[in-house]
Design a protein around this ligand. Structure first.
Ligand code: ADP
Length: 300
């Protein structure tokens, strides 16, 4: 029987989509949480090499090397202002929408540079979905929120099926199937955030980016989103920015710890990755004393 979680629809219609579609099949058997130490897998979905981002010429992050793997949750942690969201936004070219932002270095998605001149950022954002801190449904019905992206992209197939599949994947279908035509604003905050996740899933991405997706939610809604992340990991690569270290420890497989350093001239504070490793290692036996000080709460 086909597993709906692993179904992929739509025709690859450019080089990026083809690269994603022809990437090695991902294993769906999951390691137990206790055994989530890093096991090298196929080529990473994303490879960032010496990436730096500046706003108005002022560097915000420098020298970022990061791999993002399929079927893994990668957490970005570190104090506020160290560049976690900036790096996250590099992965789907959202920094293009920030005036004065410049990105240097290589951001390879299935081996292709998403900043190459021929790459359409809209296509990148179809394949690399994003969920924000505050649930931000459109002022439309639940159905139309999900159908929005597929309609804009002209996705083929039954829209009803696309909407149902996205809502099922986001563990929301049973709660909303009888009120699909009602406004998304009538949903609870936690439901709205799962709707935003469903909306990101509707365009059939293979990566989901999440920028502090639970920070506006109560503990019960947060737990539901965390359960959902572990479920979605079976089919997607997930990158999550979180200020909640317990959350990073609970859900992620790999963690990158960022900090802010004064540059050589000591004029600018620039974000850098101190350590990137298996989450267990980062939290239990970090290599760098700065990581240890942060994860044990000695500095924040
Ligand atoms: P974090 O997600 O770790 O809190 P950010 O990526 O938001 O960090 O910010 C990193 C640095 O970049 C900060 O110094 C911040 O002020 C700066 N920055 C972020 N977004 C912008 C922007 N749109 N314009 C100018 N500077 C920005």
């Amino acid at each position: 029987m086909t597993d709906p979680m692993t179904e992929r629809e739509g025709q690859p219609h450019d080089a990026l989509a083809k690269a994603a579609a022809t990437a090695p099949a991902t294993p769906y058997a999951q390691p137990e949480p206790a055994a989530r130490d890093h096991v090298p897998m196929e080529k990473p979905v994303f490879e960032l090499r010496d990436v730096s981002v500046a706003y108005g010429g002022t560097p915000a992050v420098k020298g970022i090397d990061l791999d993002v793997e399929a079927n893994r949750i990668t957490a970005l942690i570190g104090p506020s202002g160290c560049g976690k969201s900036t790096v996250l936004r590099c992965l789907n070219r959202m920094n293009d929408l920030v005036a004065d932002a410049t990105v240097a270095g290589r951001v390879l998605y299935h081996g292709q540079d998403i900043y190459a001149s021929h790459v359409d950022p809209v296509e990148v954002r179809k394949l690399v979905g994003m969920v924000f801190q505050k649930p931000n449904p459109f002022p439309k019905s639940i159905y139309d929120n999900i159908a929005f992206g597929p309609r804009v992209l002209g996705m083929k197939g039954s829209m009803d099926e696309i909407v149902e599949r996205a809502l099922r994947r986001a563990a929301l279908w049973d709660e909303v199937k009888d009120r699909l035509k009602q406004s998304a604003y009538g949903m609870s905050g936690g439901q709205q955030q799962r709707l935003c996740i469903a909306r990101a899933l509707a365009t059939d991405p293979d990566v989901i980016l999440m920028d502090e997706p639970c920070s506006a939610l109560d503990p019960i809604s947060t737990a539901r989103i965390e359960d959902l992340l572990l479920e979605l990991r079976r089919s997607y690569a997930i990158v999550i920015v979180t200020h909640n270290m317990q959350q990073a420890a609970r859900v992620s497989d790999r963690t990158a710890f960022f900090t802010v350093e004064l540059d050589e001239g000591e004029r600018h504070r620039t974000g850098r990755i101190v350590e990137f490793d298996a989450t267990e290692k980062i939290f239990q036996n970090p290599a760098d004393p700065r990581t240890e000080a942060y994860v044990t709460g000695k500095v924040g």
